[in-house]
Design a protein around this ligand. Structure first.
Ligand code: DAT
Ligand code: MG
Length: 138
């Protein structure tokens, strides 16, 4: 048993489509705890730090623009193996092929845009979680 914390973001598509409650409901129903929550209008500096690993990729600029297009809900979530567990709840990156039963598979849309509007972000490792929680909750 390893109690961890992860950063979950409800992206602007999730907030705009009023899916924040549904996404948080799934996290809580799984048994994870919401430790902290804030609504953020992310600026370019924050997103450049958050998405540093993707800088230079073709989807980078559209991704940053999308993430600045509306408010984001940032959530500090705790639980046993929650980093891996939330990634499993979220589903794979592409909402068209994400498994049914997952947030992205059930609710995500593929609008054929340059960026996946896949509703949520979840940290992918303990190192990413520590770095990202520091960025969004400092
Ligand atoms: P994930 O969010 O599943 O961890 P990631 O870290 O590889 O995926 O990418 C970050 C975000 O960038 C992802 O949620 C949506 C967008 N993205 C990733 N790969 C993409 C691609 N090939 N085309 C368009 N957008 C992409
Ligand atoms: Mg990622």
């Amino acid at each position: 048993m390893a109690v961890e914390e992860t950063l979950v973001l409800v992206k602007p598509d999730g907030v705009t489509r009023s899916l924040t409650g549904e996404i948080l409901r799934r996290i809580e129903a799984k048994g994870y705890s919401l430790v902290d929550i804030r609504m953020v209008r992310a600026d370019r500096n924050l997103l450049a730090a958050h998405y540093a690993e993707h800088e230079g990729k073709p989807f980078y600029e559209p991704l940053v623009e999308f993430m600045m297009s509306g408010p984001v809900v940032a959530v500090r979530v705790a639980g046993d193996r929650v980093i891996e567990g939330f990634r499993s709840l979220a589903g794979t990156t592409d909402p068209t092929t994400a498994a049914p039963g997952t947030v992205r598979g059930d609710l995500g849309r593929d609008w054929g845009l340059a960026v996946q509007q896949n509703l949520v972000h979840g940290s992918d490792s303990p190192e990413s979680a520590a770095r990202e929680l520091d960025l969004w909750f400092s």
